[in-house]
Write a protein that binds this ligand. Structure first.
Ligand code: FAD
Length: 303
């Protein structure tokens, strides 16, 4: 079977693209590594998605999944490893399955930036994590370090104060990037949180599990005993499987036509955080998904 549209990614952009493709009666398949994308890693409630004054990332994802299921939209949980364009797009998955489609909408968002230091890979899942909401409750009464002094780091620290004994927020720069409101809240109401500036984490140490981190603070060695290390230093677009089908900017984002969201390859669209749009938010990802599906429909009808 040749699909009209294959949508890659099951975050808000992909789900929204799927809903719009379905409404336009396109034969469509959604493929994603897992449901929800970055919304799932959101530590505190989402307060800027219309229709909900406050909602957790998990609850919003669940509502979106329910909508997909209710409409009978076809989806598959798997990872896309390559795309080639011949007469049709040929898409290969991690499981070895292969699919063909006339149009592809890439909605693969972004994934956590790695620290790239000793011990990070070795202790992944053994104390090192990138998702506070997924793994936070495992660190009840333990000491943890959050690496990154942006809003994500501060929000993660607030989330952890429900569970952990002591929380360090570690930033290598001279100032925290988090909003002053976030910093103020932490300083005023969260005594378990200690913030450290100008502190570079050099390695993560342990045996079968993380036991601590070694840092350099103002060129002096500093060791902290922690059992959890949560890396919150930003996100990078997920584009590795696209080869030279797309052009990227210096941030690694896919360059698209701002109106249609089409890439340099006809019939290949990119929506949400993975493209070069400057505003990275759920509502924008949903809008992009809708826009890409509408233009995918036009593309198919003009062929
Ligand atoms: C900590 C944090 C807090 C945030 N808070 C807010 C907030 O309060 N309000 C707000 O509006 N926005 C917030 N955002 C931003 C928002 O989460 C993103 O803008 C939005 O999730 C982008 O959606 P997306 O669908 O483009 O990508 P993503 O959410 O990144 O989803 C991409 C999906 O693609 C999948 N995928 C990737 N590669 C492949 C592959 N090769 N094969 C198959 N599937 C693949 C991923 O598994 C994922 O499911 C926050 C982000 C973070 C990290």
């Amino acid at each position: 079977m040749i699909y009209d549209v294959i949508i890659i990614g099951l975050g808000p952009a992909g789900i929204s693209a799927g809903i719009y493709a379905h409404r336009q009666n396109l034969e469509c398949l959604l493929i994603g590594k897992s449901f929800g994308g970055q919304m799932v890693s959101k530590a505190v409630d989402i307060e800027n998605y219309p229709g909900f004054n406050k909602i957790s990332g998990f609850d919003l994802v669940e509502k979106m999944i329910d909508q997909l299921k209710e409409k009978g939209i076809e989806y598959l949980e798997d990872k896309v490893v390559s795309i080639v364009k011949n007469e049709y797009f040929e898409i290969e998955l991690d499981s070895g399955k292969k699919f063909q489609s006339k149009v592809v909408i890439v909605c693969t968002g972004a994934e956590p930036r790695r620290l790239s230091i000793e011990g990070e890979k070795e202790f992944l899942g053994k104390g090192v994590s990138y998702c506070t909401t997924c793994d936070g409750p495992l660190f009840r009464n333990k000491d943890v370090a959050i690496i990154g002094g942006g809003d994500a780091g501060f929000e993660a620290a607030r989330f952890f104060s429900k569970y952990a004994n002591k929380i360090y927020v570690i930033e290598r720069g001279k100032d925290f990037i988090a909003s002053s409101k976030n910093q103020e809240i932490v300083r005023s109401f969260y005594p378990k949180i200690e913030t450290l500036l100008e502190t570079d984490v050099i390695r993560i140490i342990g045996d079968s599990f993380v036991k601590g981190i070694e840092c350099s603070k103002n060129n002096e060695a500093l060791s902290l005993k922690v059992e959890g290390v949560f890396v919150q230093i930003g996100y990078v677009p997920t584009t590795g499987f696209l080869g030279d089908l797309v052009d990227m900017n210096d941030r690694g984002e896919i360059i698209v036509d701002r109106e249609t969201l089409e890439t340099k390859t006809p019939g290949l669209f990119a929506a949400g955080d993975v493209n070069d749009g400057r505003v990275k938010q759920i509502v924008v990802a949903c809008s992009d998904g809708a826009r890409a599906s509408v233009y995918a429909y036009k593309y198919l009808n003009n062929k």
